[in-house]
Design a protein around this ligand. Structure first.
Ligand code: ZN
Length: 139
C-alpha cells in the first residue's frame, strides 16, 4: 500500500528553517499525529537538538528529550508518526539511516538543499526496502 504523509505548508517551512539555522550540522525534529490506514497525518512538530558527535553526517536525539516528548504525545492521544532530519547529501536515507529506520519504523522525512532550495522527501522501510512515500502539503 502506498502511504501518504500529510503535513502543513507552515510546518514544512518551520522544518526547513530549522535545517537552515543548524547548518552545517544536521537538524532533527519529531513529528507527532495519527496514522489512519495509509494516511500519516502530522498534527504537531517538535524541533530537537542533534547530539551526535559528528553531526554534519549523522544525528541523534537526546534520549531524555525524546522520552519526554513521547510521554507528552501519548497524554494527548498522539503517536510518533515521523522523524525529520536534514542532509548535506541528497535527500535519500543513508545506510546508517536505514539501520535506524528498522528500529524506528515510522516515516522518515529527509531534507536537502543540494538543489539550492530546501526539498524534503518522506520514506518508509517496507520489507527492508526503502520506499518513497507521497507528500501531501496541506494548507
Ligand atoms: Zn541521514
Amino acid at each position: 500500500m502506498q502511504h501518504t504523509l500529510h503535513l502543513s505548508v507552515l510546518d514544512l517551512d518551520i522544518l526547513h528553517n530549522h535545517a537552515e539555522t543548524n547548518l552545517p550540522l544536521e537538524a532533527a525534529a519529531l513529528l507527532f499525529g495519527q496514522v489512519i490506514k495509509s494516511s500519516v497525518i502530522v498534527n504537531r512538530i517538535e524541533l530537537v537538538h542533534n547530539e551526535a558527535s559528528s553531526s554534519t553526517t549523522s544525528f541523534m536525539v537526546n534520549p531524555e528529550e525524546q522520552y519526554r516528548l513521547l510521554v507528552q504525545a501519548e497524554e494527548q492521544g498522539e503517536e510518533l508518526v515521523g522523524i525529520f532530519h536534514s542532509h548535506p547529501a541528497p535527500p535519500f536515507p543513508s545506510s546508517r539511516d536505514q539501520q535506524n529506520m528498522k528500529l524506528n519504523p515510522v516515516v522518515w522525512l529527509i531534507a536537502s538543499r543540494e538543489s539550492g532550495n530546501w526539498v524534503s522527501k518522506p520514506f518508509l522501510l517496507v520489507d527492508d526496502q526503502v520506499n518513497e512515500v507521497d507528500l501531501n502539503l496541506d494548507r
